[in-house]
Design a protein around this ligand. Structure first.
Ligand SMILES: Cc1ncc(COP(=O)(O)O)c(C=O)c1O
Length: 314
């Protein structure tokens, strides 16, 4: 029987999810696990330039993987003809700015899997397994979406995420520094979690988001940074017409800039720290991890905030 009355729940706008036709799960890596379970590939080619959590479903299921390398445009240096019938090929839509390439690779690469963890707003291409991870784009602790033909009515239990909210709450109550340890703990808590459906709480928060506003803001902010910074950016990037980026990837050999930003309380991630353990200084992937500063362009910021970043980097 439905409960009526009594005390209030957290009050949120009852909008719609952005990926309402997708399967909603607890994490991106688990969405990949569902793909691997369903496609039963004997081996999957995966990019060396990746986050190590991608390996979790492979070790869990005992599926083989082989690394491939990318070029300076984040495109595979790979002969797609070498992929066999029972092998898959995973490509990451890096920083959410590789939509045109995703479209191209989909024409020539068999058994493709698209990791849109960095490209929440990119549309899936029909028949190509595609997954998304929500917390890279929004203030939610977990959540993922999966498009996978032939898989319906999944009966996984529903996850609960109320215990993973402390960093999100502390960032509002206090500041980023005070919540940082909680962020690491809660992030760590997603490791080795079984495949579950997205929690009701994460889903409710995702229904609260004004997606059109977020899209517009991210594109606007990317361009605000790109205009003055592209001449200093060692990456030759542009924004596809329909792309909504995760960050503005600024590559520079001036590594002191990272420290300078931190000193001004501008925090930027490293994509990905595991690369330093896997590679050596002569490898492109090592340089990308070291030199790319993923500058924030998300919906929290506007032109004035970004001016501060521009002034520091110029
Ligand atoms: C490129 C990429 N793919 C997949 C994932 C996994 O997503 P999730 O943390 O939701 O499992 C991550 C990071 O966590 C990532 O950076």
């Amino acid at each position: 029987m439905k409960e009526i009355g009594g005390y209030f729940e957290l009050e949120l706008r009852k909008g719609e999810e952005y990926h309402k036709d997708a399967i909603s799960l607890n994490t991106g890596r688990n969405a990949l696990e569902v793909i691997l379970r369903s496609r039963k590939y004997s081996k999957v080619f995966i990019p060396f330039y990746t986050c190590d959590v991608i390996l979790e479903p492979f070790s869990k299921l005992g599926v083989n993987y082989e690394f491939y390398f990318i070029d300076e445009d984040f495109e595979p240096v790979f002969d797609y003809k070498k992929i066999k019938d029972d092998e898959g090929f995973l490509y990451i839509n890096y920083f959410g700015i590789k939509d045109s390439f995703v479209f191209e690779i989909a024409k020539v690469c068999r058994n493709l899997i698209i990791d849109n963890s960095q490209a929440f707003f990119s549309e899936p291409i029909s028949n190509i397994p595609t997954f998304y991870s929500c917390r890279k784009f929004f203030g939610v602790p977990d959540g993922a979406y999966l498009y996978l033909d032939g898989v319906a009515n999944i009966n996984f239990p529903i996850d609960h995420s109320e215990a993973r909210f402390s960093h999100l709450l502390k960032r509002i109550e206090y500041d980023a520094e005070i919540g940082f340890d909680d962020f690491k703990t809660n992030d760590h808590g997603l490791m080795q979690k079984p495949i579950m459906q997205m929690s009701k709480l994460t889903k409710a928060l995702l229904c609260n988001i004004d997606y059109e506003f977020v899209k517009k803001k991210r594109i606007e902010n990317f361009l605000v940074l790109h205009e003055p910074l592209h001449q200093y950016n060692e990456l030759k990037i542009s924004l596809d017409e329909k792309s909504v980026p995760m960050v503005y990837p600024f590559r520079t050999v001036n590594l002191a800039l990272r420290t300078k930003l931190t000193e001004h309380k501008i925090y930027i991630a490293t994509y990905w720290p595991n690369i330093f353990n896997w590679s050596n200084e002569n490898m492109l992937e090592y340089s990308l991890a070291k030199q790319i500063m993923p500058l924030p362009i998300d919906q929290r910021y506007d032109g004035n905030m970004l001016l501060k970043i521009i002034k520091l980097l110029r």
